[in-house]
Design a protein around this ligand. Sequence first.
Ligand SMILES: Cc1ncc(C[n+]2csc(CCOP(=O)(O)OP(=O)(O)O)c2C)c(N)n1
Ligand SMILES: [Mg+2]
Length: 563
Amino acid sequence: MAKNLKTNYLTGAEAMVKLLDGHGVKYIFGLCGDTSLPFYDALYRLNHSITHILTRDERHASYMADAYARVTGNVGICEGPSGGGATYIIPGVVEANESSIGLISLTSDVPLSSIGHFPLTELNQKELFKPLTKWNEILDNPKNLGNIVRNAFKESTSGRPGACHICFPFDIQKAEISEDDIWTQKEFSKFPALPLSPDSSKIDEIVSEISKSKNPMIICGGAIKNSFAEKELKKLVEKLNIILATSVTGKGTLADTHPNCLGVVGSNGGSISTREVIKKSDLIIFIGCRAGSVTTEKWQYPSSKTKIIHIDIDPKVIGANYKTHIALIADAKLSLIALNKKIKKNDFNGKETVQAVKQKKFLEFNKLSKINNGLIKPERIVHDLNNSLPENSYIVVDPGTPCPYFAAYYKFSKSGRYFITNRAHGALGYALPASIGVQIGKPKNKVVSVMGDGSFGFAVGELETAVRLKLPIIFIVISNSVYGWIKAGQKSSFEKRYYSVDFSRTDHAAVASAYGLKSWTVKKPKELKKIILQAIKHKGPSLIDIISQPLQDAKAPVSEWIA
Ligand SMILES: Cc1ncc(C[n+]2csc(CCOP(=O)(O)OP(=O)(O)O)c2C)c(N)n1
Ligand SMILES: [Mg+2]
């Protein structure tokens, strides 16, 4: 038998596999490396229920884990090797952490004994991940392995969920671990774990304040979807006939087609008419929403004079942006259940207001989406997808053209986590790998990834993964040969001094077919729907390259190009 392959004791690498398996982990997204070899060997040899999804870049492994966690509520696990693997895995870790998504990033490391002797890939991982994660630790003692893994699950799922990082040195992967240390605390394998109940006196205060108000509205972030509280929210909205708006991340909190759903507000996906609603409101109830720069158009709407109630699991967000009249630190779902029990039926005219605003908001969209000449407009893309896809399809979108257009105009007829985008950093190149994570988490649903051509360039390598795994994802590239969002910023705020934003056209369909995908290029508005329907029917992965009107020339639902 080859040296170092098997031992007569439980190794750190084997213990890690058993602990992950014990926490119910079904998928690990990652990429191999020298320092990860014992861990891979343990995955190969042991009996477990984990499938390793080999990615082509650690960045994409972390984005896949993030998106998989978003749609399933399971902790997303990504892994990579020391040095470059650890630095490349960061984007998805940050995105998950700031979006309150349970994720654990596991990176292997050089042996502890070699630190300080300039081994290849040496890096202070503890310091690197410290400001980026909710919790992080180096496994520097075999005796702590069980506790550290259990802590990572506990921290990533409880309180405000977030991302954790474990650094797994090579010699600890080979060290002896006590069998007694292999046990798991099952309640921490999904998020949110052990949700915090609301204080009932605060619920009374909120009930009384809402009853006193004239034009209240609710603005939700991602928390309703994260805590699966859509039903409770709908009940409250209908009981009060109150207006419900969301941040981009909160889209799906209530079905877009619900009469009380105003939709997305703010600078990216909001409109003048949705802004007017906020301006008229005398009480804003933020639920699981950071009230950040995009949702509030740089803290202008609502104004600092508006009365604010803020419900959030994270004390840090309360009062960060607005003087808060009533603050409640609690789980969104439990807070809504408590509110529903105490609040009396009321009528704040929400449906009526929303109907009028939506009519205005969709007036121009409806016209533009039907134009049959010229370059394909973003409105046409949203319209034709919305009219072709099954209602339980997942749409994963990138920054650039996709985010504001789909946030504003795509109408989901069901509430839930069907709209996935990366609004913490809005980094380009998220949608392609994230859609792979979504499809793995939701194998029966249709998944569509909508990206700009800039984003495509960041993530193209992962098409091989989609082909290898035979995932029937539809990839859409909005091809305009420009970093359009930035060019639009130069147009609106820098007197059209266009500088270093244009790039040449890539034949994305040809690239996709070289990877083995079915692909089409569409240039004419009238042809788009037919091709989308063909892509929906196709059994494997496919890509539609859409030659589009550049964002800087379009009528995007964006009030501020500079975030
Ligand atoms: C990693 C990263 N770098 C830079 C940016 C800044 N940025 C925001 S939107 C954008 C342009 C997007 O271009 P593209 O993907 O082609 O979409 P388009 O705007 O043309 O629709 C850029 C460069 C970013 N969001 N992420
Ligand atoms: Mg572009």
